[in-house]
Design a protein around this ligand. Structure first.
Ligand code: NAD
Ligand code: IPM
Ligand code: MN
Length: 365
């Protein structure tokens, strides 16, 4: 039988709650479809800081690199917010992404018909939205040098960062974006700030150059401030969006609200080679952690992306996505996507409902 080794990085806050649900769903689908999963759980973020004093232990990165795919919950929390930069949970996540070389972050935002009423936008605006944010993940202002703290001549404190992109970094993410757009509806919108930033001017130039390789893809460019507005005004104009690390971070959280909740948005982070990293786009949600209130569907859908992009197990990926749809069809909702007339349930219970739906699909087939 097929066998895959999965590294589980539950992390902090609601991370362990949502990863536990997603792991159970993955195991069940595997056992039904003759795929065996071996799981190795490793510490990352605040959990790793508490355990061994660093946010990304060497051992965690090593195990992750040797596995077939990595599932991460979330990291961060009040407890570590005042830590120095190198001892922040967030630094561990950035080290993990860099260490794995996963430069391409795919963040799909789809408004499911079942959740149109959960969107804060008018039905006619939200209905039918289906877009993909391709976010550059290992460069830009998150990693650019020089960075740090310093002082002015007058002794005033300063903090500084550098937005920097080399052509190879732009080219490889642009390639992924064009390929993604080609498999979707053939429309690519590159989002930048080329009216102000040099790094964006180069970005736009390189993306335009690559367009000649993709005559079948319709390429447009948009400034990020306008893009933030257009996402709310008329989100259906977008198919694939490609953008830098920080704009992609912000725009994907914004796009999540079209779909009803950030608790629904999954992601895949892929590199040139090696295992992919799969995680919901939300954080550790300290405000609801430990209360069985978290929506685990973003993580369950991340497991579907893990199967599709990480292991090329398309059938198993679809099984999970269908089970999520069926669970929503039956009316089950966590608090973040609740609307009147639906059944309010917790993290564990909606997870169990997804498993029941996986079961009933198996019986039907
Ligand atoms: P957040 O995404 O954790 O939470 C924002 C809001 O969304 C909160 O009200 C939260 O309750 C809600 N929410 C998030 N996920 C949810 C889910 N699955 N179900 C229901 N509600 C959900 O963002 P934040 O509050 O800005 O950050 C909290 C911590 O998480 C910080 O330490 C931050 O650095 C970290 N963070 C980590 C990641 C990650 O691990 N990839 C991503 C974003 C933020
Ligand atoms: C995300 C998060 C991270 C990011 C933080 C926690 C480092 O917001 O995964 O979207 O900014 O990339
Ligand atoms: Mn984010």
């Amino acid at each position: 039988p097929k066998r895959y080794n999965i590294t589980l990085l539950p992390g902090d806050g609601i991370g362990p709650e949502v990863v536990s649900v997603a792991k159970n769903v993955l195991s069940l689908v595997g056992s039904q479809q003759g795929i065996e999963f071996g799981f190795q759980e490793m510490p990352v973020g605040g959990a790793a800081l508490d355990l061994v004093g660093v946010p990304l232990p060497e051992e965690t990165l090593l195990v992750a690199k040797q596995s077939d795919a990595i599932l991460l919950g979330a990291i961060g929390g009040y407890k570590w917010d005042k830590n120095e930069k190198h001892l922040k949970p967030e630094t561990g996540l950035l080290q993990l992404r860099a260490g794995l070389g996963v430069f391409a972050n795919l963040r799909p935002a789809t408004v499911l018909p079942q959740l149109v009423d959960s969107s804060t936008l008018k039905k006619e605006v939200a209905e039918g939205v289906d877009l993909m944010v391709v976010r550059e993940l290992t460069g830009g202002i998150y990693f650019g040098q020089p960075r740090g703290f310093s002082k002015t001549e007058k002794g005033e404190e300063i903090g500084f960062n550098t937005e920097v992109y080399a052509t190879y970094e732009i080219d490889r993410i642009a390639r992924v974006a064009f390929e993604t757009a080609r498999k979707r509806r053939g429309k690519l919108c590159s989002v930048d700030k080329a009216n102000v930033l040099e790094a964006s001017m180069l970005w736009r130039k390189r993306v335009m150059l690559m367009a000649s390789d993709y005559p079948d893809v319709e390429l447009t460019h948009m400034y990020v401030d306008n893009a933030a507005m257009q996402l709310i005004r008329d989100p259906k104009q977008f198919d694939t969006i490609v953008t830098n690390n920080i704009f992609g971070d912000i725009l994907s959280d914004e796009a999540s609200m079209l779909t009803g909740s950030i608790g629904m948005l999954a992601s895949a982070s892929l590199g040139e080679s090696g295992p992919g990293l799969f995680e919901p786009i939300h954080g550790s949600a300290p405000d609801i952690a430990g209360q069985d209130k978290a929506n685990p569907l973003a993580t369950v859908l991340s497991v579907a992306m893990l199967l599709r992009y990480g292991l090329e197990e398309e059938y198993a990926a679809r099984t999970i996505e269908n089970a999520v749809l069926e669970t929503l069809n039956k009316g089950f909702r966590t608090g973040d996507i609740f609307s009147s007339g639906k059944k309010l349930v917790g993290c564990k219970e909606i997870g169990e409902e997804v498993m029941k739906s996986v079961d009933s699909q198996q019986k039907a087939s």
